[in-house]
Ligand binder design. Sequence first.
Ligand code: GLN
Length: 214
Amino acid sequence: MVGSGAENGERRVTARRSDREDESPKRIGVLALQGDVREHVEILKKLGVEPVEVRTIEDLDRLAGLIVPGGESTTIGKIMVESGLLDGVRSFFYKGGPVWGTCAGMVLAASATTGPRQPLLGLMNALVERNGFGRQVHSFEKELEIEGFEEPFVGVFIRAPFFEDVGPGVEVMGEVDGRVVAAKGENILVTAFHPELTDDKRFHEYFLREVCGI
Ligand code: GLN
């Protein structure tokens, strides 16, 4: 019956339920096969989103974004092939899913490497040089000017890669001696360094705001 008390009551319940859904924290995945998983998870919690450790294709469901952390890109790539996640993450990305690769994650995001063949996601039109800063500079910190950031960001580099060349659609956000160490595409961000190992949350905030649209 139109306008009956019962129907109005039902409508109110429905409205309340959908309000609650809107308020639930967005789920952000962290690929948890190897590497710096815990550090990203802790920062995501502090930023009020729900971290999800991704180990299977099913874990990619209903994610508002995915972080591919640092570690060893050859190991992560091999496990991704075995678990089907290489194709799973590609399809997440090509359906518009936002991805951020740090260090090994930046290597995996590239479309080609200067080194021996290894499994890559190929999400970004870029040629990557693994361990690009040379063995002698195993790890270092550097203050970086980042496009879109008002203050410099201290990058922690650990056997870090860089992009030797980037194609159309790739926006360079930061460089060290002319080497690309931070870049952005439509639904992708990459950093050669490790923002999760610092107290500076600006890159996590940037990913959530500018790439995931949260
Ligand atoms: N050099 C490593 C690789 O190529 C990346 C190192 C890191 O993630 N800290 O996979």
